[in-house]
Design a protein around this ligand. Structure first.
Ligand code: CUA
Length: 353
């Protein structure tokens, strides 16, 4: 870590992979601004004195322009602003492009006025987040009411949490410790109380912590139950012969829509299709799925998505020949409804048509 930055007391700790470069960028902008403020201020005072009016009748010399000077004060700021743009854009894309593989995926729900987090194995916490050191962490977030913003100053990450859609934040914690978590979007009377703690732990400590938290069903297991209790299984047969498309090996693949477009079957698409099924109808299927808006909470939607993910292609295989997710996660595939149709064979191709 840059010892110089750490010595400045108004910077929070640099506890994520992004922190150092963001601080450096910020410091660069600060230094640049300070430099030009001083330069312009000093020049103004200097010219004020040097070119002051010396006698009552003095008529200043008329200057018609100076091409070299004008080019200089156009090109130099242009180059500087393009440099700021390029650096800022690079950082932005890094922060807003979550890793597609090998990330610990945690669902976060904001509601007035608390933060709930749901770990892949079923551990849940409120106003806290425990993460392992050195592991990429991806947060998929939504709100049950108004706009909130998930802000961890020590990680330099701040992402709006918006009702009706998923937003994603990611980071790699690089320093153990406990850090502040804030809501950074005014969301009502208790907004200032919508705070919490983020704890970064060594991997063995984190695993011990996971074991110590009373584990409920994993989100995928809970999602599988919902999938049955909400009667999704009755139409989404695995052999593609149901009224709805099979969801086996779907996650992460490209889906052809009735209007000829294609869409990636990611979290946002699945969520939309549960709450507003007519928005993107799959080619070859009728638009007759009822909406589940109001029937399921955001947490339940997240569980169903985790379930669909668990029966999706293995990581890195999306779009290719895929086999069902290994049962090692303790997640089985749903039984075929009423045993009326045979289950899809193992190794079935993801739906491409
Ligand atoms: Cu939630 Cu402010």
């Amino acid at each position: 870590m840059n010892p110089f930055l750490i010595q400045i007391p108004f910077f929070p700790e640099q506890a994520s992979n992004f922190a150092f470069e963001i601080d450096l960028f910020y410091l660069f902008l600060f230094a640049l601004t300070a430099f030009f403020t001083v330069l312009i201020g000093v020049a103004a005072v200097y010219f004020l004195i040097k070119y002051r009016r010396r006698s009552q009748g003095e008529v200043p010399e008329q200057i018609e322009g100076h091409l070299k000077l004008e080019i200089a004060w156009t090109v130099i700021p242009f180059v500087i602003s393009m440099f700021i743009f390029a650096w800022g854009a690079k950082l932005y894309y890094q922060m807003y492009t979550p890793p597609t593989t090998d990330a610990l995926e945690i669902f976060v729900t904001g509601k007035q006025w608390m933060w709930r987090a749901q770990h892949p194995d079923g551990q849940r916490e409120i106003n806290e987040l425990h993460v392992p050191l050195g592991r990429r962490v991806k947060l998929t977030m939504t709100s049950e009411d108004v706009i909130h913003s998930y802000y961890i100053p020590a990680f330099r990450t701040k992402t709006d949490v918006v009702p009706g859609r998923y937003t994603v934040s990611w980071f790699t914690p690089i320093k153990t410790g406990t850090y502040h978590l804030f809501c950074a979007e005014y969301c009502g009377t208790q907004h200032s109380g919508m705070i919490g703690k983020v704890t970064v732990m060594e991997v063995p400590d984190y695993q011990a912590w996971l074991r110590g938290v009373p584990r409920e069903k994993s989100p995928a297991e809970a999602g599988e139950q919902l999938f049955t209790s909400l009667a999704c299984v009755n139409c989404h047969l695995e052999n593609n012969k149901g009224r709805g498309p099979s969801l086996l090996n779907l996650f992460g693949t490209e889906v052809k829509l009735a209007n000829g477009a294609t869409v990636k079957a990611d979290e946002a698409y699945l969520r939309e299709s549960i709450l507003n099924p007519g928005a993107k109808t799959v080619a070859g299927y009728p638009n007759d799925m009822p909406t589940f808006q109001g029937l399921v909470t955001e947490e339940q939607v997240a569980m169903i998505i985790q379930y669909i993910k668990s029966i999706g292609p293995k990581q890195g295989e999306a779009g290719q020949t895929a086999t069902p997710a290994p049962a090692a996660q303790g997640v089985g595939r749903p039984a075929p409804p009423q045993a009326a149709k045979p289950a899809a064979p193992q190794g079935e191709q993801p739906r491409q048509d």
